[in-house]
Design a binder for this molecule. Structure first.
Ligand code: CP
Length: 306
């Protein structure tokens, strides 16, 4: 159903039309210039109310959503599961019913369970934006990653991008794969077999088991965090072992000195990446964060148009 997709809601990138990506990226470019120049924003959402529902911790997504909302003039309410009546036993659905009673225009939701944005759409009249649901999707991360790649390389067509790490547990990986494939990028994944879903090649993605091959053969690596909170560590002999075989360090990058390195954050320094690489000229990691703020402004502007 079209009404479940952007620009009515933003639940994922799987069904987003390329025309909508292009509109988002065009506006993101404008918002990024305003951010960099510290130009005041037009308060185009001045009369709108929004609640940021965070059932999982966040630094980048949460703060950039809040800043984008405030820059655009919204009335912003922040909700964390900890400190709410959920700790007294109130259910997720009852929480939603109470939120619906306050008639927010927008809900941003991050939740540990896949599919929760769709439940919000079913039980509220708000426009819903997924800020990361379980192991399903993280659409604003996918959008900011694609914008960063476009800004750096000019075009995504035939660009060789490898997503490295715990693909099985990664909503970032799925959103990136869905989006990059729409723009005809050459997408691969790399990690130990226990991190790679058996069906991944069905998405048109190549698999590298050796990180040095992945470095040699790609234009950019998107390095994922080893998610210990999702049992990832139990899929590995040890974090040291993972770091030894897959950790990105300067020595390894000598095989492809121009390669660009991305990471959605938070980084486990000295597990999947070392500090030197994260702060090197190869790194786009902090550019991604600026782009994340601009992308969210663009998403809000387009969702506000309908
Ligand atoms: N990239 C990302 O989702 O980071 P946070 O968990 O800090 O929001």
């Amino acid at each position: 159903m079209a009404e479940l997709n952007f620009p009515y809601h933003l639940t994922g990138l799987r069904n987003m039309e390329t025309d909508h990506f292009n509109k988002i990226f065009k506006l993101t470019k404008i918002y990024k210039q305003k951010i960099l120049n510290k130009t005041p924003f037009e308060k185009i959402l001045e009369d709108k109310s929004i609640i940021n529902l965070f059932f999982e911790d966040s630094t980048r997504t949460r703060t950039s959503f809040e800043l984008a909302e405030k820059k655009l003039g919204m009335n912003v309410v922040n909700f964390s599961a900890s400190g709410s009546s959920i700790s007294k036993g109130e259910s997720f659905l009852d929480t939603l019913k109470n939120i619906e009673s306050m008639k927010f225009d927008y809900i941003v939701i991050r939740h540990q369970d896949s599919g929760t944005p769709a439940i919000c759409i079913k039980h509220t009249s708000s426009k819903v934006i997924n800020a990361g649901d379980g192991i399903n999707e993280h659409p604003t991360q996918g959008l900011l990653d694609l914008f960063t790649l476009t800004e750096t390389f000019g075009s995504l067509k035939n660009l060789k991008v490898c997503i490295v790490g715990n693909i099985s547990h990664s909503r970032v990986a799925l959103s990136n794969i869905f989006a990059l494939k729409k723009f005809k990028a050459n997408v691969s994944v790399c990690g130990p077999l226990s991190f790679i879903p058996a069906c991944i090649e069905g998405l048109g993605v190549n698999v590298y088991l050796n990180i040095d091959d992945a470095i040699k053969n790609n234009d950019a690596l998107n390095i994922l965090r080893v998610q210990t909170e999702r049992d990832a560590a139990t899929l590995l002999p040890s974090l040291n072992e993972y770091s030894r075989h897959y950790g990105i360090n300067s020595e390894r990058l000598k095989n492809n000195p121009g390669i660009k390195i991305m990471h959605p954050g938070p980084m486990n320094i000295n597990v999947e990446i070392d500090h030197k690489v994260s702060a090197s000229e190869n790194s786009l990691i902090f550019e991604q964060v600026t782009n994340g703020l601009a992308v969210k402004c663009a998403v809000f502007e387009l969702m506000n148009e309908i």
